[in-house]
Design a protein around this ligand. Sequence first.
Ligand code: AOS
Ligand code: ZN
Ligand code: ZN
Length: 386
Amino acid sequence: MPTFEQISQQLDHQAIEVPSWAYGNSGTRFKVFGSAGTPRTVQEKIADAAAVHRFTGLAPKVALHIPWDKVEDYAALTAYAAEQGVQIGTINSNTFQDDDYKLGGLTHHDPAIRRKAIDHHLECLQIMDATGSQDLKIWLADGSNYPGQADMRSRQDRLAESLATIYAELKDDQRLVLEYKIFEPAFYHTDVPDWGTALVQVQALGEKAMVCLDTGHHAPSTNVEFIVAQLLRLGRLGSFDFNSRFYADDDLIVGSADPFQLFRIMFEVVRGGGYAADSGVAFMLDQCHNVEKKIPGQIRSVLNVQEMTARALMVDTEALAAAQQAGDVLGAHEVFMDAFYTDVRPDLAAWRESRGLPASPMRAYAESGYQETIEADRVGGTQLSW
Ligand code: AOS
Ligand code: ZN
Ligand code: ZN
């Protein structure tokens, strides 16, 4: 097995994009809890994202969600982010919180509603021009609740047409990334329920259209790393929305419920070339912190990704290939598991110190006073939700 020393340089370029909505208050349909220190402005969300980067060196970009993060001047917001030490990343559209979209957005049967949803995405593209963002990420709440309610087939056609209209406006260096989700908020059918549908739709658009894999968006027992392997093989894995789940789209801290799954995913990412600095795969978090403090929640998340990446890089691929080739079933499995069971935490602490980062970002954050400062300062105004 390679030593940590042998793989440590490969950790240098790791970058995980954090979502602006992780810093706002969030909850379930039962309750949204407020918490002291929650941002009241987009700038305060960006400042918190920048804190995650300062303590970990892992999170140089923050993804925005429009209209939650709508501002007058995006060039000024971009400059503000740069002052804080981060960049604005993916722009996420939102066609799920407007009454007009009750029966769908890009797939709606009414051309006027579809046009409104398309125009929202064109506005997102303009924002990307101002922020220098590469990706427009589209997740659709579109679907239906009752058999017979909607014509599923014509909705696919309308989706293709709407996406093509948006795609036509992309600049050369911009991408459209389509996210799939098995269910919710619609429960009978969803218009982009799975990676196959997302793939078919993006392949019809062109080279700049990719698939986003949200780790929480599959049926129980789905082999998510197989999907990773397949999308990488086809050159269509645009991004991850990392999170962890026990039941459905729980949006909990990535690697908390099933670190082994995260290891398996990162192994396939490395195996398929998705970890290379120029691979084009954006590693984002899509999480909400409802009961835990938000900034430590984000710090824990990026550290979990880093830990499982290090372990995945430590798989002895030569020994693995030899065992596979020899038909040595349990030998191959053991090679794989040896890397998973390797505790890289002490090595990572030393790696951080050698790069001027705190050995324990969690402890350093707790001792920094940042949390106390924002809790004291951010009084008055309205705390942001999501
Ligand atoms: C929704 O379930 C998806 O995961 C989307 O990525 C969504 O835009 C994000 O969770 C913010 O609400
Ligand atoms: Zn997502
Ligand atoms: Zn989700």
